[in-house]
Design a protein around this ligand. Structure first.
Ligand code: ADP
Length: 466
């Protein structure tokens, strides 16, 4: 019962309640009508017995009996007896074979499966003596109509229960429809991370309508505060850009001075390094806030992806050589696909840059590009320091940097590169993942559909693990 949907639970409860109510009502009604029928039959018999008694007379020669004595009405039989119990006239039911002694009052006698109601009364007929009048009726007869009603109710009862269940379910389903709409909207907001969605219930202004309206109001507020936060990030980045540019150009200017002492030179160089990483962080922040606001331009065009990958690897060659890292290329030639050139280059630069930054002196990194069905598979593998399993799920989060002391170098990262890479892959309809072993190296691999305008459902990613 615990796992049943609320809709079913309510239907079962409602049906059970209706069943109990119907049973109780039928029970009360039937027992009331049963006693009502019995008392009305007894009363009628009493009236008939006294009715005929009044008309019995002694004419002087013979006893004159009422004609009504011979008529059976509503199952009531009437008969008259003399003092010794001999039948004087009237009718006795065929099935009534019992020899019941005459006795003043009303009695119930059961014979076989028939129940009889007997009403005897003695009267004094002037000139004749005592005459007994007896009324007989079968209770079974009186109750047979009631039994028919009971049987009819028994047939009707399951039908009524079924009808109550079906109607109850339809009613509950209808009442729950707005709840389903509410759930669907909440799910859509969660899955698409789109706070602009609203439930927008129309129709009857009931409790659920008020709840949905409150929910929408809350979403309005949430959306506004998220927008404010995004705008703040983008405004702050913009404001920081100019001072950092000034710091950088001032550093360059100072470093041109040949008179600078060794100590002063290294201090200015340290400032320049930090200012450069700040400038990189600001441009990454701007990129991500534009992406969040849907303002990051994406121009997909048909490009030679192999060539761009080759160029990106080439560009990082100098940085790799500084660290004595060799770049191995496994790039399939002539792969063409629709991508945004700038974003695709950024993607490679970040992944290759990371492989160098977190690579070991004298190590290697491998850049791969392959065509797989209607997608392109890309990967950057290194034999660097690797990432621990606990840290792995977090590297896609903004500003997350796995233990920076591991590189043994001054930290110039920002923790914004991989979130950017992820956004680029996803905005092209692709997917990305990472595998890493601490101390042994990492492998970042992604799939991009060659034609991102194609229906996402029609894209079949390759077999390789991403
Ligand atoms: P950062 O600017 O710090 O490099 P990223 O978002 O690019 O930011 O990366 C997040 C973190 O993931 C890094 O701080 C680093 O610890 C880890 N990381 C990324 N690439 C690699 C790699 N190839 N090898 C080991 N660790 C990596």
């Amino acid at each position: 019962m615990k796992k049943l949907p609320l809709k079913w639970k309510l239907t079962i409860l409602y049906t059970a309640f209706m069943t109990i109510l119907t049973v109780v009502m039928l029970g009360v009604l039937l027992s009331l009508s049963s006693s009502e029928i019995l008392s009305s039959v007894e009363q009628e018999m009493e009236e008939k017995v006294f009715g005929v008694s009044e008309d019995i007379q002694w004419t002087g020669k013979r006893l004159q009996l009422d004609r009504d004595l011979y008529e059976v009405e509503n199952g009531i039989y009437l008969s008259a007896y003399n003092e010794n119990g001999s039948l004087l006239g009237g009718r006795i039911p065929y099935e009534f074979t019992e020899d019941v002694p005459l006795e003043e009052g009303l009695r119930k006698i059961s014979a076989g499966d028939i129940q009889w109601d007997i009403r005897d009364t003695a009267l004094e007929v002037p000139g004749y003596g005592t005459v007994w009048v007896r009324g007989i009726t079968s209770i079974t007869d009186a109750e047979s109509s009631l039994r028919i009603t009971v049987r009819f109710s028994l047939v009707l009862f399951p039908l009524m229960v079924a009808l109550a269940a079906v109607l109850g379910y339809l009613f509950v389903r209808r009442a729950f429809r707005p709840v389903a709409q509410l759930t669907a909207t909440a799910r859509e907001i969660y899955e698409k991370e789109d706070l602009s969605k609203r439930i927008g219930l129309t129709g009857e202004k009931n409790e659920i309508y008020v709840m949905a309206e409150t929910f929408d109001m809350m979403l309005d507020k949430l959306e506004a505060s998220f927008e404010k936060e995004k705008r703040f990030t983008s405004d702050a980045s913009h404001e920081l850009r100019t001072p950092v540019t000034v710091i950088l150009s001032q550093c360059d200017y100072l470093l041109e001075d040949r008179e600078l002492s060794e100590e002063e030179r290294s201090a200015v160089e340290a400032i320049r390094r930090k200012a450069r990483s700040m400038s990189k962080m600001i441009s990454q922040l701007l990129f991500l806030s534009r992406a969040d606001q849907g303002r990051q331009a994406v121009h997909k065009e048909l490009l030679d992806l192999s060539l761009i990958t080759e160029m990106a690897a080439e560009e990082q060659e100098a940085m790799a050589t500084e660290k004595n890292i060799s770049i191995v290329r496994d790039i399939e030639e002539g792969i063409e696909g629709y991508v945004d050139e700038t974003l695709f280059i950024r993607l490679w630069m970040n992944l290759i840059g990371n492989a160098i930054s977190y690579g070991k002196e004298g190590g290697w990194l491998k850049v791969s590009l392959k065509k797989e069905k209607n997608t392109v598979f890309g990967a950057v593998e290194d034999n660097g320091i690797g990432i621990s399993q606990e840290q792995l799920p977090h590297i896609w989060e903004r500003f997350y940097q796995a233990d920076t002391s591991r590189t043994g170098k001054e930290n110039t990262g920002s923790g914004l590169g991989l979130p950017m890479v992820k956004w680029i892959v996803e905005t092209h309809g692709g997917k990305i993942s990472v595998r890493s072993t601490p101390g042994a190296g990492s492998r970042f691999a992604f799939y991009l559909p060659l034609d991102p305008t194609a229906d996402p459902a029609a894209v079949t990613f390759g077999e390789k693990e991403v």
